[in-house]
Design a protein around this ligand. Structure first.
Ligand code: PLP
Length: 425
């Protein structure tokens, strides 16, 4: 029986093998009580990134100037891609840093549609990130007027597993070119079974494209074992790469038929030949287009190093323990105040954030951020997301976040923040 008292949390923190990683991040000494539960949106700043940023700016750019391209800048999108590859079961050369997630998703989707001529449907679900659906529709439009995106309906909590099997079934699957889903859904945190789903897509003759934004760095993922065709993800959430840090794109090495629809010199096999007729580069690098944003690309590495050092299995074990504790405490203390857990109860089917449903979700989140020193976020219409980044969140943080949530609501916080609409909720 789990001890849900503060003493129980302290006991878990005392034996947490990952507890020391908290000190690898910058914390605001002037705000020691802050509980940061939004690492699923923007990860914390690694200490090592501060020193690296100083070096990149002052020495690499300031002193070495353009010579830095020959000192290593040119290789950075590939080399850091290889580090992330270790994390997701990819081989060297199969993963590269580039663009924003939405952009690499577009490149990947258009490439996939091209190798499935005659098939006109892209399957996704209503838990997918809105930008992904917009991108998939744009890719369908680029492929031709007969192409369409089919959005499978979920119950708002669990992915439409049965709906997907039906849509891929013998009678209906023959015109599906591509299945594209978020591994972990940004709203409820539902986590698809990546291997089984990929197999189902392949059995129907479709390609599989995963969005790993909310799973990379917290959910063990083996793209190679599952024979995934394409995957994308961002580096600014659990990988702690920084605001607007570049996305990554994985392209299965066996899928040499997939070609970048936005060709450019950085994705060519001879970028410095300055010829019009250069061919595509090898591996995922062929999906690069223009000059990579070096400052933000370089700064992805320290966060990835920390994740690799901690180990994805230990991170997952702690993440599950944190979210399980949170769910239990919510049932105990917050359910009577109008909150409901809007994430799967089965931890195997959940990522590292838990969403709570509340009629005044945005006001609750604003009250937490502005009065209770608990940083969460809200998503329309009624979700408050609590993200538990296992590298720097402890068990006492979970207990304290629940205590402060109850306190701020009981003290009338909702009325004080109702109607307040921040730019980023
Ligand atoms: C699941 C998911 N996919 C895609 C995106 C969009 O990423 P980007 O802004 O890098 O295009 C996000 C952003 O939060 C996301 O959560």
């Amino acid at each position: 029986m789990t001890d849900l008292t503060p003493a129980g949390a302290a006991a878990l923190d005392a034996v947490d093998p990952l507890a020391g990683f908290r000190e690898a991040f910058v914390h605001d000494d002037a705000d020691p009580d802050l509980i940061y539960l939004d690492g699923n949106s923007l990860g914390r700043l690694p200490m090592a990134s501060v020193a690296l940023a100083e070096d990149v700016l002052r020495r690499q750019w300031g002193q070495r100037l353009i010579r830095s391209w020959n000192d290593g800048w040119f290789e950075v999108p590939r080399l850091i891609g290889d580090r992330i590859a270790e994390l997701v079961g990819a081989k060297p050369g199969e993963l590269v840093l580039a663009d924003a997630t939405s952009v690499v998703l577009y490149k990947a989707a258009v490439a996939a549609l091209k190798v499935r001529p005659g098939r006109t449907r892209i399957l996704t679900d209503d838990l997918n990130f809105p930008s992904d659906v917009q991108v998939l529709r744009a890719a369908a439009q680029a492929a031709g007027p007969d192409h369409e995106v089919v959005i499978l309906e979920s119950d708002g909590l669990h992915g439409p597993v049965d709906g997907l099997s039906e849509a891929l079934g013998a009678d209906r699957g023959a015109d599906v070119a591509l299945v594209s889903l978020s591994h972990v859904a940004y709203g409820p945190g539902w986590c698809w079974d990546l291997a089984t789903t990929t197999r189902a897509a392949h059995e129907a003759g479709a390609l599989m494209l995963w969005d790993l934004c909310h799973s990379v760095g917290v959910v063990p993922t083996d793209l190679g074992a599952a024979d995934v065709d394409l995957a994308v993800g961002c580096t600014y959430k659990y990988l702690n790469g920084g605001p607007g840090s570049p996305a990554f794109l994985y392209v299965n090495a066996d899928r040499t038929d997939l070609q970048n629809p936005v060709r450019g010199w950085y994705g060519s096999d001879d970028p410095m030949g300055f010829g019009f007729d250069a061919g595509p580069a090898a591996g995922a690098s062929r999906f690069l287009t223009g000059t990579p944003p070096i400052l933000s690309t370089v700064l992805v590495e320290p966060g990835v190093d920390l994740i690799l050092e901690a180990g994805i299995d230990r991170l997952r074990a702690k993440s599950v323990a944190l979210t399980e504790r949170f769910v239990a405490l919510v049932d105990l203390h917050l359910a009577p105040l109008g909150f409901g857990v809007q994430s799967p109860r089965d931890p195997a089917r959940r990522g590292s954030h838990v969403s709570l449903r509340h009629d005044a979700a945005q006001a609750v989140s604003q009250a937490l951020v502005n009065e209770a020193r608990v940083i969460t976020d809200s998503r329309p219409p009624d979700l408050i997301r609590f993200g538990f980044a296992p590298l720097y969140i402890g068990f006492a943080d979970v207990d304290e976040a629940v205590r402060r949530t109850a306190e701020v609501v009981e003290s009338g916080g909702i009325d004080r923040w109702r109607g307040v609409q921040p730019v980023v909720p």
